[in-house]
Design a protein around this ligand. Structure first.
Ligand SMILES: Nc1nc2c(c(=O)[nH]1)N[C@H]1C(S)=C(S)[C@@H](COP(=O)(O)OP(=O)(O)OC[C@H]3O[C@@H](n4cnc5c(N)ncnc54)[C@H](O)[C@@H]3O)O[C@H]1N2
Ligand code: MOO
Length: 400
């Protein structure tokens, strides 16, 4: 392998090394969904906070219901939320609803279905063993327990756990704001009439959606012309956490991204032994903002984002696991792969463990329309020159 060619793994590590979890901020629970908790959330109270009833029924003393039927005097009525603290003495019961604190003296809950549902007195026909239908203080968590660990993605269940501790605010990593800049004189906004040579910009939309899907906040620019001064000015004025560009990084005469960043000491341009996605750049701008410069071919942009940018965004959000799930599959068809380069082949499922290429035309980096069929990227190692029908491949699951 040529000295300035990097392996997919090496470039991925370099891309990820640019990212660190963003600072934590206080976030209202309403806004916490999808953020990542920045510290262990420890309870200082038991959960449940007190013994409470798991059933609508009667709180009784077990000794009073050993012989059945038993008639007990009802001394209290305890809906959920009741602050009453009655005493259940021998021969008495308290009517109680699910969630109400169990009164002192009672050790058993008799469901209403096992009684005559009386309010002055109650006849108990059947009684469960002592302790039944009682939800004990601390059986969910005791003081000092980590209820939600740092690094947890705050989904519905984790947010419920936070709320149940009585915390209206959590400290979570803020989402990265990621500028997406597509470059190329040939590009116009979708909807603009095309003259010969022009095409609609699709990468800024692709990358903005990919940033959002990765949990970042995209700030989309594009298309930016092949003008070094314009691009430099745009990049210098950005107030974001990271930047992704598309286009202008190969060896063409008008490769604007490469030209604009050529003198940046902390930005490097390399060839990566992968197809699609060979020409790549990455590094930091003078203020420290990480930048990944992806090739302009749409499938190359897509695959490069998957490999190099998505994991970095996940890390900035505070996630520890930044990998896509993979699945082993058998391919129903064969294809050739470029010698000495790993291949990222867009595939779709044709059975639970079987894939074919998303398009029969393969991994061609311009096949943007057919890219929409891709459900995964088969990652074919650089040493493999040919994939045969029936071969096992590792598939990165990229569709939601
Ligand atoms: N002589 C060589 N030519 C090329 C090489 C090489 O090694 N030697 N590498 C090829 C590979 S591989 C790739 S990938 C591309 C990467 O080129 P750039 O990153 O400089 O991208 P552009 O030249 O700007 O564009 C390439 C292609 O993609 C289209 N494009 C660009 N931006 C968008 C966009 N936002 N939306 C839709 N389509 C876009 C553009 O029109 C070009 O067709 O270089 C090869 N060439
Ligand atoms: O490596 Mo390029 O990304 O194939 O078209």
């Amino acid at each position: 392998m040529h000295a300035d060619v990097r392996s997919l793994t090496e470039h991925r590590a370099a891309a990820l090394a640019l990212a660190a979890p963003l600072p934590a901020v206080d976030v209202l629970l309403d806004d916490a969904d999808g953020l990542v908790l920045a510290h262990d959330l420890v309870t200082d109270e038991p959960l449940p906070r007190w013994d409470n009833s798991a059933m609508d029924g009667y709180a009784v003393r077990q000794a009073d219901v050993t012989e059945l039927p038993a008639t007990l005097r009802v001394v209290a009525d305890l809906p959920a939320g009741s602050a009453d603290e009655p005493l259940v003495t021998p021969g008495t019961a308290a009517r109680i609803m699910t969630g109400a604190p169990v009164p002192t003296g009672a050790d058993t809950i008799v469901p209403v279905e096992a009684t005559d549902a009386g309010t002055g007195t109650v006849v108990v026909r059947e009684a469960p063993p002592a302790g039944t239908h009682l939800r004990r203080a601390g059986e969910d968590a005791v003081p000092g327990d980590v209820v939600v660990a740092a690094g947890t993605l705050l989904g519905p269940a984790a947010i419920a756990a936070v709320a149940s501790l009585g915390r209206p605010v959590v400290r979570a990593h803020r989402r990265p704001r990621v500028a997406v800049v597509s470059t190329g004189d040939e590009l116009v906004a979708p909807g603009t009439p095309l003259r010969r040579g022009q095409i609609p910009d699709s990468n800024s939309w692709l990358l903005a959606a990919a940033v959002r899907e990765a949990g970042g906040i995209p700030v989309r620019f594009g298309p930016v012309p092949d003008d070094v001064a314009v691009l430099r000015e745009l990049l210098a004025g950005l107030d974001v956490d990271a930047i992704v560009t598309s286009g202008g990084v190969s060896v063409g005469a008008y490769d604007v991204v490469k030209a604009a960043l050529a003198d940046e000491p902390d930005v490097e341009f390399v060839s990566v032994a992968v197809q699609p996605g060979k020409p790549q750049g990455l590094g930091r701008l003078p203020g420290g903002t990480p930048i990944w410069t992806l090739p302009g071919n749409p499938v190359s942009s897509f695959a490069s984002f998957e490999m190099f940018v998505r994991p970095a965004i996940l890390r900035m959000r505070g996630l520890r696991d930044v990998e896509r799930p993979t699945r082993q599959a058998v391919t129903d068809e064969g294809w050739t792969t470029p010698p000495g380069r790993a291949q990222l082949m867009p595939v779709r499922w044709v059975g639970p463990d079987r894939v074919v290429r998303a398009t029969a035309r393969g991994s061609g980096s311009h096949l943007v329309a057919r890219l929409a069929l891709a459900e995964g990227l088969a990652v074919i190692p650089a040493e493999i020159d040919r994939v045969a029908a029936g071969d096992r491949v590792t598939v990165l699951k990229v569709s939601p």
